[in-house]
Design a protein around this ligand. Structure first.
Ligand SMILES: [Zn+2]
Length: 261
């Protein structure tokens, strides 16, 4: 079972979040992306951001994928609050939702045959024709009802603009994909063969259950780990929790109590 896939769009690596979330589905197909460092604190990761949320449908899949109000809540409230908290108020996301559902020029079946990059390009063109030019936004996202041809629930450029939500419109998906946009890769687990903490083993992609960039039923309580946070915001603006317990991930990290499952 393929949990996610890695592709290239516009010269950027894109990572998908799995449509299904079982341990056996976790695969390490995205590890190659780790050859590049995640984002460092920068103008890209800090400051007030804007996002264009593009709602689209297709001639063979007609209908509103998500209401304007729900999209505003998903990004403007839930995702925004998550990033404010995880950045110690260093970044935020204001969303503009396309008021009409944008009809794509190709069918859902056509896009689902590996043409996700074209889908994003067509959504941007349709939004621009309606007066919503993505050039005026830091981030953008195309949302559509589930296309079975895509094996993922969400997809995103890493360290750049562009995200897809394939019928899954929760913070788990949006928060994760926007994390990729900010430059984060997956939160892995060092899975040892002897059940020790530092023994021989392998890196399990998505394996950290406490992190939004892992692959489990994450919520607003599943903050980015401290190392990820240090990549997003300047160190001096990153107070470490004074008495937080050490999580039992094999990586050195700190978990606020609220992160416990
Ligand atoms: Zn991902």
């Amino acid at each position: 079972m393929i949990a996610k896939q890695q592709n290239s769009a516009g010269g950027k690596t894109v990572c998908a979040i799995a449509a299904r979330w079982t341990a056996c589905a976790l695969m390490a197909l995205c590890l190659a992306a780790g050859s590049s460092l995640p984002a460092r604190a920068s103008a890209w990761t800090e400051g007030a951001k804007t996002m264009l949320f593009m709602r689209v449908d297709f001639s063979d899949m007609v209908g509103e994928p998500i209401t304007v109000a729900a999209a505003q809540t998903l990004i403007g409230t839930d995702t925004n609050n998550f990033y404010i908290q995880n950045s110690y108020n260093k970044t935020s996301i204001a969303v503009t939702v396309t008021p009409t559902v944008l009809r794509m020029p190709q069918t859902a079946a056509y896009y689902g045959a590996g043409n996700h990059s074209l889908l994003l390009a067509d959504a941007r063109a349709a939004a621009k024709a309606e007066g919503y030019d993505t050039a005026n936004y830091n981030l953008d996202l195309v949302a559509f009802n589930r296309i079975s041809g895509f094996s993922w629930a969400g997809l995103a450029s890493v360290g750049g603009k562009g995200a897809w939500l394939n019928g899954y419109f929760g913070l788990r998906e949006a928060g994760h994909e926007v994390g990729h946009n900010y430059g984060l890769f997956h939160a892995n687990l060092w899975q040892t063969t002897d059940n020790s903490v530092i023994g021989a083993g392998s890196s399990l992609d998505y394996g950290d259950p406490y992190d939004m960039m892992g692959g489990y039923n994450t919520t607003s309580a599943h903050h980015f780990n401290s190392w990820f946070k240090s990549k997003l915001v300047l160190p001096e603006s990153k107070p470490l929790p004074a008495a937080a317990p050490i999580g039992f991930s094999s990586r050195t990290r700190f978990h606020p109590v609220a992160c416990a499952l």
